[in-house]
Design a protein. Structure first.
Ligand code: ZN
Length: 500
């Protein structure tokens, strides 16, 4: 075997360890009895250590170097070149950080999580502030070791959105913010929608049956996946042929499971849609968290909350919950699932206000990292921005700057991926409907195959061949932009709220 194939074989073995970790984690969250927690933590730690050691081992580095030498003359767009580029990125990132720093981060985030839980219970930022300062300090060290050209935040962002720079995010967000703030203001002035219909009594088993029928129709392959219950909905992959999703049911809030299921299905379709010829290679993977989120948001919001979708499926929903929705017109139901209301909690935010929550966090993180926002002043700065963007002020820290788990895990630079994915979902959908005139009429008949086929070709099959920015240009013909998203929101929500 030549160096390249030996490298691929070694990485495939590491991949099998990683998917085994995923199986154990899935079991932990879905079926493991509480008593299993201690041993499971040990099992996961050992496997995690094995995987990490196999990857950062000198043997991997030497094979990688040799394969790079052998492939020096290969075409820049060839799979060999693109594979080696992806592996080089992963390898450098995994080996640039000293073991002592990695260990210190593991310790600090484990403790940090406990501190955050208590601080949030007490709704007291001051209890959490020293932890945040310490984790920011560690993140600054991470940035220095990983290296960056312009700003330290670039290095952190790059961990989740490869190749993306802080200024790229700023460009997209700056373009979006004024239009979004204006739309939120206009919608707030219109008569509010009554969504109490969604809080009626919806039998959980009927929710499951309806949700699974919908996602099968969309294209989720139950031969290569399954859905279970978990406290937090997620999608996990044990390889392209076994991609699982979870959901949670709320008897008195229909969108929780229904929209959550469609969201996780969007993630799963991406994972099930990697090119079969890339199986067990580093190309069989997602381009980035942002691209992943573009898939979940596209199916959840642009499809699952569209009028075309409910025109076809609302009668089925009424039949599924016999009697519960009989007095509710499709128009009233459609408007209810698209209610917009500025609120304090990000994870409960609607389609229109969601990105403003993210922009706020992005600005807080940049400010804390470069020192322009003192950690002790975070609540004040947070609340001022909430007032600016959404016109509301959180009553306390728990409903404000302490609501998210991310900072306790040292995950600075992660938040922007949520908004980038949301913005990208509209850009991709717009281009798909331009490329294939059959997609819109198909959606109006409740058929999703032509849209899924476009996504398979442009987004899923490329896997990790391209950096997210390259993928976006290849798929849509232009860099990431927010005017498609703004246009989509304005068209849809001005109609929903009856304003022009
Ligand atoms: Zn998601």
């Amino acid at each position: 075997m030549d160096n390249y194939n030996m490298l691929i074989a070694r990485l495939a073995e590491i991949g099998h360890v990683n998917t085994s970790i995923a199986v154990l984690s899935w079991d932990q969250q879905c079926y493991m009895p509480p008593g299993g927690a201690h041993e499971r933590a040990e099992q996961l730690a050992v496997l995690g250590k094995i995987s990490h050691e196999m990857f950062v081992d000198e043997a991997t580095g030497k094979l990688l170097e040799a394969a790079e030498r052998d492939a020096a003359g290969a075409a820049p767009e060839s799979d060999v070149t693109l594979t080696l580029r992806a592996v080089r990125r992963d390898y450098d990132r995994a080996t640039k950080l000293p073991t002592s720093l990695v260990a210190e981060i593991a310790r600090a985030t484990t403790l940090g999580h406990e501190v955050w839980v208590k601080a949030r219970e007490a709704s007291d930022w001051n209890q959490f502030a020293p932890t945040v300062s310490h984790l920011l300090d560690l993140s600054r060290q991470v940035a220095e070791y990983l290296g960056y050209e312009d700003r330290a935040y670039d290095a952190l962002l790059d961990q989740y959105e490869p190749g993306m720079k802080t200024r790229d995010v700023e460009r997209v967000f700056d373009e979006l913010r004024p239009g979004l703030v204006a739309l939120v203001r206009d919608l707030a002035a219109a008569p509010q929608i009554d969504d109490s219909v969604l809080r009626r009594d919806f039998d959980e088993e009927q929710q499951r049956i309806f949700g699974e029928a919908i996602i099968a129709k969309i294209g989720y392959d139950f031969t290569n996946g399954r859905q279970d219950r978990a406290v937090h909905p997620f999608c996990t992959s044990f390889g392209r042929n076994d991609v699982r999703i979870t959901t949670r049911y709320d008897r008195n809030w229909l969108p929780s499971a229904l929209m959550g299921t469609i969201h996780e299905t969007g993630h799963a379709l991406y994972e099930q849609g990697f090119d079969p010829k890339d199986d067990f290679t580093p190309l069989s993977g997602a381009a980035s968290l942002g691209v992943h989120e573009s898939q979940s948001r596209l199916w959840e919001n642009i499809i699952g909350r569209s009028r075309a979708f409910w025109n076809v499926y609302y009668q089925d929903l009424q039949r599924q919950f016999s009697g519960v929705l009989d007095d509710i017109s499709i128009d009233a139901f459609y408007r209810a699932v698209n209610k917009v209301e500025p609120s304090f909690i990000r994870v409960e935010a609607d389609e229109v206000t969601y990105c403003l929550h993210i922009m706020l966090r992005f600005e807080m993180e940049k400010g804390m990292l470069d020192g322009s926002i003192a950690v002790k002043d975070v609540p004040e700065a947070w609340n001022a921005k909430m007032q600016d963007y959404l016109g509301i002020t959180p009553p306390n820290d728990a409903e404000g700057c302490l609501q998210d788990v991310h900072w306790s895990g040292g995950m600075f630079g992660y938040f922007p991926t949520y908004a980038l994915g949301t913005i990208l979902s509209a850009q991709l959908f717009e281009k798909a409907t331009q490329d294939n005139a059959q997609i819109v009429p198909d959606l109006e008949r409740g058929e999703f195959g032509s849209l899924l086929a476009w996504l398979r070709e442009k987004v899923h099959h490329p896997g990790r061949r391209y950096l997210p920015a390259e993928l976006v240009v290849r798929a849509t013909g232009e860099p990431a932009q927010s005017h498609s998203y703004l246009k989509y929101l304005n068209t849809k929500f001005r109609e929903v709220y009856g304003i022009c």
